[in-house]
Design a protein around this ligand. Sequence first.
Ligand code: HAM
Length: 449
Amino acid sequence: MPKFKMPDKAETPKLLIQSPKGTHDILPDDYALYQSIFEKAEEISSYYGFRPIQTPHFEKTDLFTAAIGESTDIVEKEMYAFKTKGGDRLALRPEGTAPVMRSYIENGMHTLPQPVMLWYKGSFFRHENPQKGRFREFQQFGLEIIGEPKTIAEAIIIQVLTLILKEIGIEDIIVNINSIGDKECRTNYRKELMNYYRKKFNALCGDCKKRFKKNPLRMLDCKKPKCVELKQDVPQLIDYLCNNCKQSFREVLEFLEASDTPYFLDNHLVRGLDYYTRTVFEIFEDTAEKIKGAADEGENEKKTRGVALVAGGRYDGLAKTLGKKDIPAVGGAIGIDRVVQILRDRNIKPQIKKTPKIFFIQLGAAARYKSLSIMEMLRKAGVPIEQSLCKDNLRGQLKLASKLNMPYVLILGQKEALDSSIIVRDMESGVQETVAVEKIIETIKRKIK
Ligand code: HAM
């Protein structure tokens, strides 16, 4: 397939009906990047014992309201919720953890040997203000380990997610991490937080004034400059952790140290979903500002690192919110569009498992018909090709093959079609040989091995 050179936006005709705000088409070249990331993510996850799961793109709205929390931005402002003609209240999934936990319970996966380790991928939907790296339909690759209370689960999740980023070319990463404790720790902390903010109430933004009453922890998540300033001296959640939560956090940090994973203790990290307990984390690309500072000099200011590429945490209480008993679980998800953006900006090429090394040219009607069976023969033999089936011009196709850096070209002309042969051309030397069709797989495999 020829590479796409996209025309400038200014050159494209104005459509009467354009794509909805915050959505984007994934065109062939970018699709290859998405595909290569998903392939790598699936390969690594399967190797570590995760198995695939797919849940519907929409669920009952109540699932998300109960799981994510009524007073979170996702539920309050960003969910595509609608009522069907039959009167059901449904919502396009804004995230994958609640649906996976629903499926785990509904399908009796608690009866399987625990933990159950799952991966999923696909589109998620949030009515957010579109900006760089933020879309209304976006792709995630997620991992969940359900049924495991030990911190080895956090270690595996962070390990696999960081490995995926590294393997696709994002080497310098940093894990921003915090513990938000369990329910009891948070109840104590909430009181302190309210004492702190009570004196500053009038200076808070409108949303935070509401959060103060409904869900004060969410105030730590506010990005409005005024509120960011106000939270500078806020009491640290980590000082309110019970011994068990402290111990579990210590273990997670020990793992990060043992695996040489750079991390930053982010005391303000609470995440925008209510189902988390204990460990929460976000993974960023660590660009210019290397992680000097925080650990060495005792500073604890958060560095600006752009958007999070990955986020997750432990969610031991989620199953109970959905009507089951507590089930320990932990997970995380990669924002694939954000990763693609980085790879595209860096001109990093997709590493698809099999990149074609053969360009297939056919000339004339007889060759065109015959070419379909030859292509099928190549496909069955696991030889990927590039081709432009509808073109008849030899020079044009050779030019295209050379532009695509194809080392070999197969040429099927009228004559070859009649006597069941095919020409194999070495693009570097220009040398051509004619081979019988039944020998073609053997010849090609020998050349491209
Ligand atoms: P989240 O932080 O909402 O967590 O999303 C995870 C990642 O998805 C983010 O770090 C970001 O890279 C990407 N993402 C989120 N919203 C957008 C958007 N509007 N446009 C582009 N990318 C976006 C969750 O969704 C949790 N379910 C993660 C998890 C799994 N926790 C436990 N298990």
